[in-house]
Design a protein around this ligand. Structure first.
Ligand code: SF4
Length: 425
């Protein structure tokens, strides 16, 4: 059977799609490009915004128009949260939420016909993304118990859960055997790893650090209240954990953080960043921010922006607030007009550009290690290769195939920096 996949959304979805691709390929099926004629199309969906949902619907329609005799399987977060809407698209055969999507191969091979299962997500599968052999996104945790008022993820992905340290380390060893050099630890609320079976995230980090073959680890994102001194100090002295952090802030105002039902205040957030910079002065720190959340009046936004500006943040991921179904924020007062949310988002994008520039300037002339990727980039100056420094600066050098997958020291200069790269975290 020829099968094709299309993935929307976060790195978890990409890791899970890769897991399915490996399962189907090992069972003898052939993966083809999504634009080709296939017998089965798998669309792994996202529900984070209404734009993401629209892209999912378009991907479903594209598959049906390419081959209306194909089996169309719609899986993941949008399927979980709005199966009714997906079932109303003629031609969709299989709808699986996040609990059952890993069973897709069994369902297809046992020819169970049209099926819809969006039971509450409770199962957990370790999975990792494919792609360039240098690094992989490794899903070690799923779900969230926090129920921030703006967030629909706990409804789509269920409560926090993970495998044990032993199982997770065993999978990481398998990844090491495949030749992958760098692992990005990924989850919905990664720092809650192990919480429900009495294990600690930091103990997982300690064991992963001992695996031969994996030369680098990054923690994709961790909540401010969960990045403890113990974790920061461990990363600073570890063999392979890199000084690169992604710590969601969401708002730089205690009033808004409270309305968001976040688990920290601005003082705690600032304290975490100060500690990181004390022990890892060259660390790269990224932060997520939502603009125009309920209650963020002009004065509060100005406060928030000043707070962000005062912190050693290297760059921002900025999102204008958007109402999501089922969330508590939907029913709150003090709504901010959509154009204001967007205008503030542009302001923070500009602030992010300034902070990124300042961070890169602070690294000029320093030598860092770079993991060189396999891809050859054809530029007017000749063939080049690219890679990330440990503190997440994208550098380039003339192409040399012997260096692909290798880590070498390299200097940050105007000539070696890759301008306008897209951050992948
Ligand atoms: S911590 Fe909050 S924002 Fe993050 S997934 Fe959980 S509920 Fe959503």
């Amino acid at each position: 059977m020829r099968f094709a996949t299309h993935t929307l959304g976060c790195k978890l979805n990409f890791a899970e799609t890769s897991h399915l691709q490996r399962q189907f390929s090992e069972a003898g099926h052939t993966l083809v490009d999504y634009r080709e004629i296939a017998d089965l199309y798998i669309i792994n969906t996202c529900t984070v915004t209404s734009v993401a949902e629209k892209k999912c619907r378009n991907a479903i329609r594209q598959a049906i128009s390419q081959n209306n005799a194909a089996t169309i399987a719609v899986i993941g977060c949008f399927a979980q949260n709005d199966a009714k809407q997906i079932a109303s698209i003629p031609g969709v055969n299989i709808i699986l939420g996040n609990d059952k999507k890993h069973l897709l191969l069994d369902i297809i091979e046992n020819k169970q016909g049209n099926i819809q299962d969006t039971s509450e997500p409770k199962s957990f599968q370790l999975s990792y993304s494919g792609g360039d052999r240098t690094r992989t996104f490794f899903k070690i945790q799923d779900g969230c118990d926090y129920f921030c008022t703006y967030c629909a993820i706990p409804f789509a992905r269920g409560r926090s859960r993970s495998a044990t340290i032993e199982e997770t380390v065993a999978m990481a060893k398998k990844i090491a055997e495949s030749g992958t050099r760098e692992i990005v630890l990924t989850g919905v609320n990664t720092g809650t790893f192990g919480l429900h079976h009495g294990e600690k995230f930091v103990d997982l980090l300690r064991q992963l650090d001992t695996i031969e073959g994996i030369l680098r680890y990054r923690i994709s994102s961790i909540e401010p209240n969960l990045i403890t001194d113990e974790i920061i100090d461990f990363v600073a002295q570890s063999r392979a954990f890199l000084p690169h952090f992604h710590i969601p802030l969401q708002a730089g105002s205690d009033k808004v953080l409270k309305m968001m039902h976040r688990h920290y205040d601005t003082a705690l957030y600032a304290n975490r960043l100060i500690h990181i910079k004390e022990v890892m002065p060259d660390a790269c720190i990224a932060a997520d921010v939502i603009t125009g959340f309920n209650g963020e009046d002009d004065e509060t936004f100005a406060q928030s922006k000043a707070f962000i500006d005062s912190l050693p943040i290297s760059y921002l991921h900025v999102f204008p607030y958007s109402d999501r179904p089922n969330t508590a924020a939907l029913r709150m007062d003090e709504k901010i007009a959509i154009p204001v949310r967007k205008a503030r988002s542009l302001e923070l994008h500009a602030l992010s550009d300034r902070k990124r520039h300042a961070f890169i300037q602070s690294q000029m002339g320093k030598t860092h290690t770079v993991l060189w990727e396999h891809t050859c980039h054809h530029t007017p100056q000749g063939d080049t290769m690219q890679g990330w420094t440990e503190n997440y600066i994208r550098l380039q050098r003339p192409f040399d195939e012997h260096l692909a997958g290798q880590i070498t020291p390299f200097e940050v200069t105007d000539l070696t920096i890759v301008e306008n790269f897209a951050c992948e975290d």
